[in-house]
Design a protein around this ligand. Sequence first.
Ligand SMILES: NC(=[NH2+])NCCC[C@H](N)C(=O)O
Ligand SMILES: [Mn+2]
Ligand SMILES: [Mn+2]
Length: 312
Amino acid sequence: MSTLHKFLPDPKSAAIVGCPFSGGQAKIGVDHGPIHLVKAGLEQQLKDLGWQVQFDGHHQFEEIIEESDPPIGNMKNPRSVSRVCESVAGVVSGHARRGQLPVVLGGDHSLAMGTVGGTLEVYPNACVIWIDAHADINTPKTSDSGNIHGMPLAFLLGIAGNVPEFAWIKPVLRANRLVYIGLRDVDSAEKRILKENGIKAFSMHEVDRHGIGKVVELALDAVNPNRDLPIHLSFDVDALDPSVAPSTGTPVRGGLTFREGHYICEAIHETGLLVAFDLMEVNPRLADAESVRQTVAVGCSLVRAALGETLL
Ligand SMILES: NC(=[NH2+])NCCC[C@H](N)C(=O)O
Ligand SMILES: [Mn+2]
Ligand SMILES: [Mn+2]
């Protein structure tokens, strides 16, 4: 807690935003992620690190989830995803405006339209560091699955095309403010989108080549060369190797080790620039009880690392 923070007032204050929502993908259970993370004691763990923590219970989306929500093009549950994300954006921007650091617990990664949207409303020059096996940058036209958790960045960048139901999302994110770490399952259309927009990405290949320390340095150089811009860190737990975080909907082998994942969070904490953190795609309904316990524990410890837990 000794690290000086460049954007948050002292004493440092965080808000846990539980988002039990699964409409951005097809597997049941990811909506239970935040409940498990909070039950594991996350609130007290952050208090023990010296943070003031606000947690007002998980967000209730029942009333805004559309009962009848037929696909638009191939997009599944489009109205529900849109309305949930719009409400999350309001909650996140509210916390950020009050000088709190929102810790958003998913739920699936479509929620990032809300989290990143909310952060950028308050910190328009913030950069986004996206830790994921996947690029989540399909447009409704390029997506094979129609799952919106594979599309949030296309909407935030303003390259998703015109979908009136999503008109509230402003193209707030600039391509040169987005960087990835951990990619290893990128669709061919997504590869083209990354190239065409000159988006910096460090796949597992680069992690192997340079080591995680150098990769985080290079990632920060790409989006935050003077180390003076606010950082939104969006962490999809499937960035970790499935042996480390098995309970997730779209696991991909060859991922980040336990330490590599934590190192990223620790290094971003050390910048003193972190203004928002997402932990997404923890699905306690997948895998056996021990795997669930392990994944939830890793999720909590990633959050703690990002909020300043040190090894010494
Ligand atoms: N947030 C995630 N886990 N995304 C997985 C996306 C997988 C695939 N690229 C798709 O568009 O459906
Ligand atoms: Mn992913
Ligand atoms: Mn993702």
